[in-house]
Design a protein around this ligand. Structure first.
Ligand SMILES: Cc1cc2nc3c(=O)[nH]c(=O)nc-3n(C[C@H](O)[C@H](O)[C@H](O)COP(=O)(O)O)c2cc1C
Length: 342
C-alpha cells in the first residue's frame, strides 16, 4: 500500500447536513486544514433563511474556499438563492442531485430528480442560461439501476459545468455496498468536465485502492472519513508526519473543545448543544479504539458538565485508531437528515 504523501490530489470536505456547519468548518480549518474546497450543507427554500445566511457569511468562513450548495428542483428558486449567494461574493454554487433521503426524493429533489432526466435537462437549461456565477453539480448515478447513468451523463455533457462531483451509488443504495467505480470510469471516458470522486475514503488503504482502480482521479471529496479522522487530508498530503496517538490527540482535543464552545456560543441551553455534539460523536468516536463504554456516557449526558466528564474519560482511555471504519452501525449506515422547512 502506498503511504507516500500525495501532493497531486485535491481534497474537498463533503457537505453533511447538521454536521459540517460553519462552526465545524471554522474549527476544522483552524486545527487541521488540508482542504482545497469546502461545501456548505444544502440550502433550500425561497430566499436565504438566517441559517443559510450564517452558513455563507464571509466572516464565518474566513480563509476558506467555500462553495454554497442548493437543493431544489425549481429553476426560479435556484436562481433566487444563487443571486443572493452571488451578492456575498461567491463565484460558484453547487446543485445537490445526490440526497437519497425519502422525504427529499419524494418531492423530486436531490437524487429524486435523477428519475426525470428530461425535466432535469430543462431545469439545467434554464439555470445554466441565467445563473450569474458558475454552477457545479454533486450527483449520484441514478435511482435503482446503473443503466440510468448513461442518460444522465448525456444530459450532464450538454452543460458547461464548473465541476461534476460523483458519489457513485444509486439512490436506493443509500450508503450500502461498494461504490460503483466503473460508473465513475464511464464518466471519465465520456464527458470532458472536471470530475471529483466521492465515497468511502476513510483511510490510507481506501485512498490507495481508489487510486489503483482509478489512477487519473485528481480530486476527491471526503465526508464521513473526515468526521472520523479529521486529520486525514493533512496526513495524505504529508502535512502531518506520523499517525501516532501522541501526535494527533492534542489537535483532536483542541478541535473538539472549539466545536463545543462554538455551538455553546450560538445555541440556547445545554440540550441543543449536546444534541449537536452527540450527532458529531456518532462519527468521531469511530476514530478511537474501543470507545463504546465512554460513548454510552456521552449519549446519556443531559448536562454539559456530565458530557465534559465523559469526553475527558474517552480522550484519556482510548487510543486513536488509524484503520478506516467498515460496517459499524453508527457512521457506516447513517441516516441523511431531511431539510428544515423553508
Ligand atoms: C448525515 C449526512 C448528511 C449529508 N448531507 C449532505 C448534504 O447536505 N449535501 C450533500 O450533497 N450531501 C450530503 N451528504 C452526502 C455526503 O456529502 C457524501 O456524499 C456521502 O457521505 C458519501 O461520502 P463519504 O463516504 O466520504 O462520507 C450527507 C451524508 C450524510 C451521512
Amino acid at each position: 500500500m502506498n503511504r507516500e504523501p500525495n501532493h497531486r490530489l485535491k481534497y474537498y470536505l463533503a457537505p453533511l447536513e447538521g454536521l459540517t456547519t460553519y462552526v465545524f468548518r471554522r474549527a476544522y480549518h483552524k486545527y487541521f486544514g488540508g482542504i482545497d474546497k469546502y461545501f456548505t450543507p444544502f440550502i433550500t427554500g425561497r430566499g436565504l433563511s438566517s441559517r443559510g445566511q450564517n452558513e455563507i457569511l464571509p466572516e464565518h468562513n474566513a480563509g476558506m474556499r467555500l462553495v454554497p450548495q442548493i437543493l431544489t428542483n425549481r429553476a426560479d428558486e435556484f436562481l433566487e438563492l444563487a443571486g443572493q449567494i452571488t451578492d456575498y461574493g461567491y463565484d460558484t454554487v453547487n446543485l445537490n442531485l445526490g440526497c437519497p433521503s425519502g422525504t427529499v426524493t419524494a418531492k423530486k429533489r436531490g437524487a429524486g430528480f435523477l428519475e426525470f432526466p428530461d425535466e432535469l435537462k430543462r431545469f439545467l437549461d434554464e439555470i445554466y442560461a441565467k445563473c450569474p456565477i458558475k454552477v457545479s453539480i454533486k450527483t449520484r448515478i441514478g435511482i435503482s439501476d446503473i443503466s440510468e447513468w448513461e442518460r444522465l451523463l448525456q444530459v450532464y455533457a450538454e452543460f458547461p459545468m464548473g465541476e461534476l462531483i460523483i458519489h457513485p451509488r444509486l439512490q436506493r443504495e443509500f450508503y450500502k455496498g461498494q461504490p460503483h467505480r466503473d460508473a465513475f470510469r464511464r464518466a471519465q471516458e465520456s464527458i470532458s468536465v472536471p470530475l471529483c470522486y466521492n465515497g468511502d475514503i476513510t483511510s490510507h488503504e481506501s485512498l490507495s485502492t481508489l487510486l489503483e482502480e482509478l489512477p487519473s482521479v485528481d480530486t476527491v471529496m471526503i465526508g464521513r472519513g473526515i468526521l472520523q479522522r479529521p486529520y486525514l487530508p493533512a496526513l495524505f498530503k504529508g502535512d502531518i508526519q506520523t499517525d501516532s496517538t501522541e501526535n494527533i490527540l492534542p489537535s483532536l482535543r483542541a478541535f473538539h473543545d472549539e466545536l463545543l464552545e462554538g455551538y455553546q456560543a450560538i445555541m440556547s441551553g445545554d440540550l441543543p448543544t449536546l444534541h449537536k455534539m452527540k450527532d458529531f460523536w456518532a462519527f468521531f468516536s469511530c476514530g478511537f479504539e474501543s470507545p463504546e463504554k465512554y460513548l454510552k456516557k456521552i449519549r446519556k449526558a443531559n448536562k454539559i458538565t456530565d458530557y465534559k466528564i465523559a469526553v475527558n474519560d474517552l480522550f484519556q482511555a482510548c487510543p486513536v485508531t488509524f484503520s478506516g471504519c467498515t460496517g459499524c452501525r453508527s457512521c457506516c449506515t447513517p441516516k441523511e437528515k431531511t431539510p428544515p422547512p423553508p
